[in-house]
Design a protein around this ligand. Structure first.
Ligand SMILES: Cc1cc2nc3c(=O)[nH]c(=O)nc-3n(C[C@H](O)[C@H](O)[C@H](O)COP(=O)(O)OP(=O)(O)OC[C@H]3O[C@@H](n4cnc5c(N)ncnc54)[C@H](O)[C@@H]3O)c2cc1C
Length: 288
């Protein structure tokens, strides 16, 4: 067996050259918070490419019409980026709730996507804004695909892009974990929406930890879209959320818990998106 080789490229050209020079499998190491935890099988042969030193792979660009985030950007950098908070607060919120300070300082957006855990916190937000991934394949060719099409066989994620058309005026992310800090989501929801004159326009909602990949909740979104923010509409929204849980995990042990939990998470999501208190009378009446 050829022993494991390690490459630490300094820029994209070096990275691309390292990838194409190997016929055996190439694996990537970013923050290592998923790959290096105890019990995981680590690569023993082939090439392991450390992408954390690649210039320009940890940049966040929010000044153009699209948002572009390098795949090696840490979750901590996402959480504290003021330009990103102004345009997509849900992604900052999701990043701020990932793991602990130590995890956020190492963990990257590319690792969160490639690891593809059902409860990954960044994924529902990236789903509702229609994120796309720029890639370098094992043969060195570059391509771009929708987030939902990605599998590790596609190779290295270099950037995550969010086109202006997918970035709606409001966004929010709410996570429910077993405790306040350092908790993997039992359920999380992300929303992107238009809201004008007390009325919802386009609405997109996705849930994590209800299916292997983020689940688009189209019935719940339809319950809001085109409607005014009022008690009857919120009640329809809650019924739709419950039905989405029943359809996603019928008969699962967690079904009862999640169909109750999603109501509270859903109302918190709307409150956060619209800058309202979750204890607003409107929300209390919706659950009475
Ligand atoms: C204690 C603890 C708490 C955690 N809490 C949370 C949490 O609250 N929310 C959450 O979402 N996650 C959480 N995680 C999971 C983890 O921190 C995230 O998934 C993180 O974003 C992974 O990024 P990384 O850079 O560390 O990935 P790595 O461990 O470096 O890599 C993970 C996988 O992705 C591949 N990979 C990495 N970068 C790329 C790339 N650019 N292109 C292609 N493949 C790539 C690697 O080859 C590997 O297979 C937690 C983990 C731990 C250990």
């Amino acid at each position: 067996m050829i022993p494991l080789a390690i490459a630490v490229p300094a820029d994209l050209a070096e990275l691309q050259a390292a990838i194409v020079s190997w016929r055996t499998p190439v694996r990537y190491l970013a923050g290592g918070t998923d790959m290096l935890i105890a019990g995981r099988a680590l690569p023993e042969a082939g090439l392991l490419v450390d992408i954390t030193r690649v210039a320009d792979m940890a940049l966040i660009s929010t000044d153009g019409s699209d948002i572009c985030i390098g795949a090696a950007t840490t979750v901590a950098a996402l959480a504290s980026h003021s330009g990103l908070r102004a345009r997509l607060p849900a992604l900052c919120e999701a990043a701020a709730q990932c793991g602990s300070v130590q995890i956020r300082n190492r963990a990257t957006i590319g690792g969160n996507i490639a690891n593809a855990a059902p409860a990954a916190d960044l994924m529902p937000v990236l789903t509702v804004v229609g994120a796309r991934l720029r890639l370098i394949g094992q043969d060195g060719t570059q391509s771009e695909i929708p987030l939902g099409d990605y599998s590790p066989a596609h190779g290295l994620i270099t950037d995550v892009t969010m086109q202006a058309g997918g970035l709606l005026q409001r966004s929010a992310f709410v996570k429910l974990g077993p405790r306040q800090d350092l908790a993997i989501s039992r359920l999380n929801l992300a929303l992107a929406a238009e809201f004008h004159d007390g009325c919802f326009g386009a609405v997109r909602i996705a849930a994590g930890a209800l299916s292997p990949a983020p689940l688009i909740l189209s019935f719940a979104a339809a319950a809001l879209s085109g409607h005014k923010l009022e008690v009857a509409v919120l009640r329809n929204f809650l019924s739709a959320l419950t039905a989405e849980v029943d359809a996603a995990i019928p008969g699962r042990n967690s079904q009862l818990y999640k169909r109750r939990a999603i109501a509270g998470v859903g109302l918190d999501l709307i409150a956060q998106a619209l800058g309202l208190s979750p204890r607003d009378r409107l929300f209390e009446e919706a659950v009475e």
